[in-house]
Design a protein around this ligand. Structure first.
Ligand SMILES: O=C(O)CCC(=O)C(=O)O
Ligand SMILES: [Fe+2]
Length: 215
């Protein structure tokens, strides 16, 4: 799909940001209650927890995962793990509504056939942020990243392939899905501190679901 599609009725629409990046505005809004229910069930089994970076810094975002692989960080490094280190049990299965959303959004953005095996769940309270980084712990960089935003809005920084490249500031609102892959797969990105607020469905939180093909 080229250019941008605007929905005349205020429904979801695709904004093409560049060759490998698309913002699907409001894409996850219609099914948000069902989606959130599935996410809360996962978080009930594997509660969000603060992790530390390999350098020993506490992350301000609390994280959990579902699917075959979960992303973890500790003093030993960043990696994917088949078990939740807190419980010693496998991560909760990826709920169908999450998998279907990720697959559909990827296809709409030009990445048909995306079949994620990992969903990282990032939980932000006001003040939480994520520094500029690349997603590079996955095996196959030809697979895109599908990132779903729920709850409080956030300013996403979408940089270039070098850390020093100027980053675009993109407002991510409840139900927005950002997809990047192909030539954009290794773009640096981050999230500015979430501002306080109350979202009707999520209250004073932002939840981000990052779908990836880890292995
Ligand atoms: O919260 C976001 O929107 C981005 C999360 C992210 O970049 C990551 O988990 O690697
Ligand atoms: Fe990331």
């Amino acid at each position: 799909m080229s250019g941008s599609l605007f929905a005349p009725d205020g429904g979801p629409w695709l904004e093409r940001l560049s060759a490998g990046s698309a913002l699907l505005h409001g894409w996850a809004r219609a099914g948000d209650a069902r989606l959130l229910e599935a996410v809360e069930a996962v978080l009930g089994q594997s509660p969000p927890r603060g992790m530390v970076t390999p350098g020993g810094q506490a992350m301000s975002v609390a994280t959990s995962s579902c699917g075959d692989w979960g992303w973890v960080s500790d003093r030993r490094g960043y990696r994917y793990s088949a078990v939740d280190p807190d419980s010693g049990q496998p991560w909760p299965a990826m709920p169908d509504p999450l998998r279907e959303l990720a697959r559909g959004a990827a296809a709409e953005a030009g990445f048909a056939g995306f079949d994620p095996d990992a969903c990282l769940i990032n939980c932000y309270l006001p003040g939480a942020r994520m520094g500029l980084h690349q997603d590079k712990d996955e095996r196959d960089f030809s697979e895109p990243i599908v990132s779903v935003s729920l709850g409080l809005p956030a300013v996403f920084l979408l940089g270039g392939l070098r850390r020093a490249d100027k980053a675009a500031r993109i407002l991510l609102q409840h139900g927005d899905v950002l997809v990047w892959g192909g030539p954009d797969r290794m773009r640096f990105h981050g999230v500015q501190p979430v501002q306080p607020g109350i979202h009707p469905l999520l209250g004073g939180r932002r939840i981000n679901l990052t779908f990836r093909k880890a292995r």
